[in-house]
Design a protein around this ligand. Structure first.
Ligand code: NAD
Length: 510
C-alpha cells in the first residue's frame, strides 16, 4: 500500500468515516504528493440531484421557522466537531489537495473561525428602522431565509469554501446542497460525515430539532453542478471556480431570476513603491506567489515594482526562489507542495512558453522532485521578468508564476497597470508613503474587492467580506455583511394612526 493510502486509512479512522457508501468508479481521488490513487467514488445522478434538492427544500420549510439563535447552536456544534477533528481533516486536505501541513490545518481553522462568526451572527440578523414620512407610521426592514443554497466549489479550497457558505446559509435559515470539485470528493465526504454526526447528536438530544435533508452532498462533475444551477428550487447558487465556469453558471441562474454569488478567478497584483520596506515586501511576495504552489484565487501573479528599487528587490527574490523548500507537503519544512495534476503542469508550461514569446525572461518553472512519483507534479516557482505588461499577463494561470514589470512614473501609473486586466480580486501596495497608500485605497485606486497595504494579496481573514469585481464575479462571502447575500429583505410599514395618509401627499378620497 502506498504511503498516501496508509495515511488515508489512519485519517479515515480518526474521522470515524467509512467510504463504502460512496465507492464506485466514476471519479478518482488522487494524492498530488505522490500521484497515488486514494479512492474511486461514484457520481450522483441527475435524478438523485433532483431528489436532494427536493429534500433540502422540505427541510428549509421547517428550518426557516426555527429561531436564528437555535440555528446558530447547530453551527456552534459543527465548529466544536471541527475543533476535535482539525488534525485529521487538515491532513486529508493535504493528502487530497496537496497543501503543506500548516495550510491544510489553516484551512480547517478557517472553517472553525467562520462557524464562530456565524454563531454570533445568528443573534445579529437585524434590519433598519427607517423614519416614515407619514404620522403614526413605523417603517422597518426584516430579513428572511431564501430556500436552498446550492454550493459549487473548486479543488483548491476543498473544505473552507463550503464552510463559508454553509455556516452563513444555515444561520440565515436556508438549507444547503453542495457539489464539490470532482478532484476532491473525499474531503467533501468527510465534511458531510462530520455535519451528519452533529445533526444526529442534536436530534438524539432534542428529537426533531434538525430537519432531515438540511445539509446534502452531491458528488459529481459538471452535469451534477448544472442540475443544481437549473433547479427552480435553488434560489441562490454560490459558485466558486474559474471565470469560464462562472460565465456559464451566472447566465443560467440569471435566466430563471435566481441569485448567484460568484467567486471566480483572480489575477492579483502588488505594487512596490520606492519607499517600501523591501525585506517585508520580499517575504510577503514569496508567501503570496509561491504559497499553495500558486493555486489560490488570491495568489500573487503580477509584481509592479518601481524601477529605482527593482534590481535590489529582484536580487533578493531570486535568492529566495532558489532556496525555497519544494517537496512532500506533509514533510516538515516544506513550503511549496505539488500542483494538483498534470493538466496544471501543462498549463503552466504553456503560459511560460507564451511569456518567452512575448519577450519574458523566465527563471525557474521547471519540473522538480520527479523522485516523488511519476504522476506527482512539482515545479520550481517561476519568476518572469517581462519587458512590459503583455497578453499572457491578462489571464490567470493556476500555478506559481510571478510576472514582474517595472514602472518609472508615479503611483497612478502603477495603479493603471494593476487595473488593466479583466479580473479584480485581490491587490496590494507596499509603501511607507501615506499618500500612495491612501490613493491606492481610494475610489481612483485599486479596482479590486481586496486592496491591502503592506500585506500580500493572499491569506484573508474571515471577518471581512471576501470576493472581487469584474471577471472575478462580484460575489461576497464570509464576514462583514456578506450574510445579506443569503437572505431576502422585506420592507414593512405599520400604520397605527387610525387614518390613511398616502405617501408623497397623494390624495385618493373614496
Ligand atoms: P473549475 O471552474 O474547473 O471548477 C469549479 C467547480 O465548478 C467544480 O465543482 C466543477 O465541477 C464546477 N463546474 C464547472 N463547470 C460547471 C458548470 N457549467 N455548471 C455547474 N458547475 C460547473 O475550477 P477549479 O479548477 O476547481 O478551481 C480553480 C479556479 O477557482 C481558479 O480560477 C480560482 O481562481 C478559482 N477560485 C476562486 C475563488 C474565489 O473565491 N474567487 C476561490 C477558490 C478558487
Amino acid at each position: 500500500m502506498s504511503d498516501s493510502r496508509t495515511r488515508l486509512q489512519t485519517v479515515l479512522k480518526a474521522l470515524g468515516l467509512d467510504l463504502k457508501a460512496y465507492e464506485g468508479s466514476d471519479w478518482t481521488s488522487r494524492a498530488p504528493r505522490d500521484g497515488a490513487v486514494l479512492a474511486t467514488v461514484k457520481s450522483h445522478t441527475a435524478s438523485e440531484a433532483e431528489a436532494a434538492v427536493q429534500g433540502a427544500h422540505q427541510a428549509y420549510l421547517a428550518w426557516r421557522t426555527v429561531p436564528a439563535p437555535v440555528r446558530g447552536e447547530l453551527v456552534r456544534r459543527l465548529g466544536e466537531v471541527l475543533r476535535t477533528h482539525k488534525a485529521a481533516l487538515g491532513e486529508l486536505v493535504s493528502l487530497e489537495a496537496g497543501k503543506i501541513t500548516s495550510e491544510g490545518l489553516g484551512e480547517v481553522q478557517e472553517m472553525i473561525d467562520i462557524c464562530d462568526f456565524a454563531v454570533g451572527l445568528s443573534r445579529q440578523l437585524h434590519g433598519l428602522t427607517i423614519a416614515s414620512e407619514r404620522p403614526g407610521h413605523r417603517m422597518m426592514e426584516t430579513w428572511h431565509p431564501m430556500g436552498v443554497v446550492g454550493i459549487i466549489s473548486a479543488f483548491n479550497f476543498p473544505v473552507a469554501v463550503w464552510s463559508w457558505n454553509a455556516a452563513l446559509a444555515l444561520v440565515c435559515g436556508n438549507a444547503i446542497v453542495w457539489k464539490p470539485s470532482e478532484k476532491t470528493p473525499l474531503t467533501a465526504i468527510a465534511c458531510q460525515h462530520l455535519m451528519q454526526q452533529v445533526v444526529d447528536a442534536f436530534n438524539a438530544e432534542k428529537p426533531g430539532a434538525i430537519p432531515a435533508g438540511l445539509s446534502q452532498l452531491l458528488i459529481g462533475g459538471r452535469d451534477v453542478g448544472e442540475a443544481l444551477v437549473a433547479s427552480h428550487l435553488v434560489p441562490i447558487v454560490s459558485a466558486t471556480g474559474s471565470t469560464r465556469m462562472g460565465r456559464q453558471v451566472g447566465v443560467k441562474v440569471a435566466e430563471r431570476f435566481g441569485r448567484s454569488i460568484l467567486e471566480l478567478g483572480g489575477n492579483n497584483a502588488m505594487i512596490v513603491t520606492p519607499s517600501a520596506d523591501l525585506e517585508l515586501a520580499a517575504r510577503a511576495i514569496t508567501f503570496a506567489a509561491v504559497g499553495t504552489a500558486g493555486q489560490r484565487c488570491t495568489s500573487l501573479r503580477r509584481l509592479i515594482v518601481h524601477r529605482s528599487v527593482a534590481d535590489t528587490l529582484l536580487a533578493r527574490l531570486e535568492k529566495i526562489y532558489q532556496s525555497i523548500a519544494i517537496g512532500d507537503p506533509l514533510a516538515d519544512g516544506t513550503l511549496v507542495g505539488p500542483l494538483i495534476d498534470q493538466a496544471a503542469f501543462d498549463g503552466m508550461q504553456q503560459a511560460l512558453a507564451q511569456a518567452r514569446a512575448e519577450g519574458g525572461e523566465v527563471l525557474g518553472g521547471e519540473r522538480v522532485r520527479e523522485d516523488l512519483g511519476t504522476d506527482a507534479w512539482y515545479v520550481r516557482p517561476a519568476l518572469v521578468k517581462m519587458p512590459k505588461p503583455t497578453k499572457v499577463m491578462e489571464s490567470e494561470t493556476f500555478a506559481p508564476i510571478l510576472y514582474v514589470v517595472t514602472y518609472d512614473g508615479d503611483t497612478e501609473q502603477a495603479i493603471a497597470i494593476q487595473n488593466g486586466v479583466p479580473q479584480g480580486l485581490s491587490s496590494a501596495i507596499f509603501t511607507a508613503n501615506l499618500s500612495d497608500a491612501e490613493r491606492f485605497m481610494s475610489s481612483a485606486g485599486s479596482d479590486c474587492g481586496i486592496a491591502n497595504v503592506n500585506i500580500g494579496t493572499s491569506g484573508a481573514e474571515i471577518g471581512g467580506a471576501f470576493g472581487g469585481e469584474k471577471e472575478t464575479g462580484g460575489g461576497r462571502e464570509s464576514g462583514s455583511d456578506a450574510w445579506k447575500g443569503y437572505m431576502r429583505r422585506a420592507t414593512n410599514t405599520v400604520n397605527y394612526s387610525g387614518a390613511l395618509p398616502l405617501a408623497q401627499g397623494v390624495r385618493f378620497d373614496v
